[in-house]
Write a new protein. Structure first.
Length: 498
């Protein structure tokens, strides 16, 4: 792939990116959210046409009109979510749409025999007639890979294939991948688990903000170097938040604890962890994508229900089993995905902002239109939402102003704890600086804030305390006194607290 550029309305997802893949290798594609990994894969597999650039496959120019043509060319993709039919047998899933027939009738015996031969190649001892749903996610992933290989794939794209697997299942999958590599298949491996990347990949390509950072031999780079290349440094043009002498964890020791988690965890999501957040404290969560940052936020807010540990909110104990229960305890959560888990784009700015407060009051106690306008006018002014017309449809606002609307929705409920998951991602520098100043002001006024960001400089600038996660496990909780990006990167890379 040479000079690939892809632009969507208002966003350049890929900017002159080049990528190469050789037969008989595992090549890791790395980068944080928004780096362009998914877009590059979709261009490679025919989902998106490139605006600029070219693809050469086995020495020939390749023009793709869709995924089916990519499959015919020998490019197969296995996605993070298994896209097979659990209500069909293993054999039916492997050959669906390609069943061998004779005189118009499906040859079931041939299908089962060929499926068994295919599975034996990967040391998978399954009954081809068994229902796919009766097997683990790991086995289903490998059935999906078997299907991909049976269509004579020369390139196999594995998009986060280990995200739902335990250690034994990961090793079983890796044995299959190594077998395919040794047979000459070119494998593109996408994962946020760096240990797995270094254990499996021969080479790696790093993207950041839609641009190519570089291509590296795995044996010639360290984990810390890769993390640094993925994260990069924030734009210098960002308005700096001035250091304040009281923005240290020690200054908050006498403050009441708003939220305390002890051994809180959820199987397959986050290993048991312990955290405490005090009034006026900003607790930053640092870690790579896939480290468990968002999963931790979802547990604390009751989006996902913990299956171990305890949670106390203002001294009152009880696992939160729904966002409604969290809202009643005066917790607030701004999701990283504001478009699908936050805003309702078809509603106005006013209607979006008022949602959480009206839900807390109950639909039998509606706020009058006059009271809505009074409340909302103040937040539009404070947050500098532009345009300032509350009756504009929120989907027509810029990303930064949409983020401010989502913040206003929760601030209007006057929460004790505000959970912010990537609140400055995908917005312009000016809006980012305003939101950072808002976080500082809210904590100065006594609000507890859980702040999640992939940008370490941002986490260190705003937080009194920093919690570092890696591979869905809490590595360390440190006061932000003499912390540096380098020390956090070391923790992320090693997974060991010094």
């Amino acid at each position: 792939m040479t000079g690939i550029t892809k632009t969507f309305p208002g966003v350049r997802a890929l900017d002159d990116v080049s990528f190469r893949l050789f037969p008989g290798e595992v090549h890791a594609l790395l980068g944080e959210n928004g780096a362009g990994k998914s877009t590059l894969i979709k261009v490679l597999t025919g989902v998106y046409p490139a605006d600029q650039g070219s693809i050469r496959f086995e020495g020939e120019n390749l023009q793709l009109s869709g995924p089916h043509q990519a499959q015919q060319a020998g490019i197969s993709t296995v996605y993070q979510e298994v896209n097979l039919c659990p209500n069909l047998s293993v054999a039916e899933n492997v050959f669906i749409g390609r069943e061998p027939r004779r005189f118009g009738r499906i040859q079931w015996r041939v299908i089962r025999r060929r499926c068994d031969e295919l599975l034996q190649r990967f040391d998978l001892h399954l009954d081809p007639s068994s229902m796919l749903s009766s097997h683990s996610i790991a086995i289903q992933q490998m059935v999906a890979i078997a299907r991909g290989i049976d269509i004579s794939a020369r390139v196999l794209v594995l998009d986060e294939p280990t995200s739902s697997l335990d250690a034994d299942e990961v090793e079983q999958l890796f044995r299959v991948v190594r077998t395919l590599r040794d047979e000459g298949v070119a494998i593109l491996f996408v994962s946020h688990f760096l240990d797995q990347v270094f254990a499996l990949a021969d080479r790696m390509t790093v993207l950041r903000n839609g641009r190519l950072v570089g291509e590296y031999q795995t044996s010639q780079v360290s984990t810390v170097e890769v993390v640094t290349k993925m994260i990069g440094r924030e734009l210098e043009a960002l308005t700096q938040i001035q250091d304040q002498p009281n923005r240290t964890a020690g200054a908050l020791d006498s403050r009441p604890v708003v939220l305390a988690a002890e051994g809180l965890g959820r199987r397959g999501s986050v290993e048991p962890l312990s955290l405490a957040i005090r009034e006026g404290e900003v607790l930053g969560l640092a870690g790579l994508l896939g480290s468990g940052r968002t999963e931790t936020a979802r547990l604390l807010f009751g989006v996902d229900v913990a299956d171990s540990g305890t949670l106390r909110v203002d001294g009152q104990e009880g696992i939160l089993r729904s966002p409604a229960a969290a809202t009643r305890r005066r917790l607030a959560f701004c999701s990283e995905n504001r478009k699908t888990e936050g805003l309702i784009p078809e509603l106005t700015v006013r209607e979006n902002i008022i949602l959480a407060l009206q839900a807390a009051r109950g639909w039998t106690r509606p706020l009058s239109r006059r009271r809505q306008e009074e409340l909302i006018a103040g937040y539009i002014k404070t947050l500098r939402i532009t345009p300032s017309d509350p009756e504009l449809v929120v989907g027509n606002l810029s990303g930064g102003n949409q983020q401010k609307v989502l913040l206003a929705r929760w601030l209007i409920t006057q929460p004790r704890l505000l959970i912010l998951d990537e609140p400055t991602r995908g917005i312009d520098i000016g809006a980012k600086a305003e939101i950072q100043r808002l976080v500082v002001n809210l904590s100065d006024d006594g609000m507890a804030v859980l702040f999640i960001s992939a940008e370490l400089e941002e986490v260190l600038r705003l937080s009194h305390t920093v919690a570092v996660l890696r591979d869905r496990r809490l590595v360390s909780v440190l006061p932000n006194a003499d912390l540096s990006q380098e020390s956090i990167l070391e923790l992320i890379a090693s997974g060991v607290s010094s």
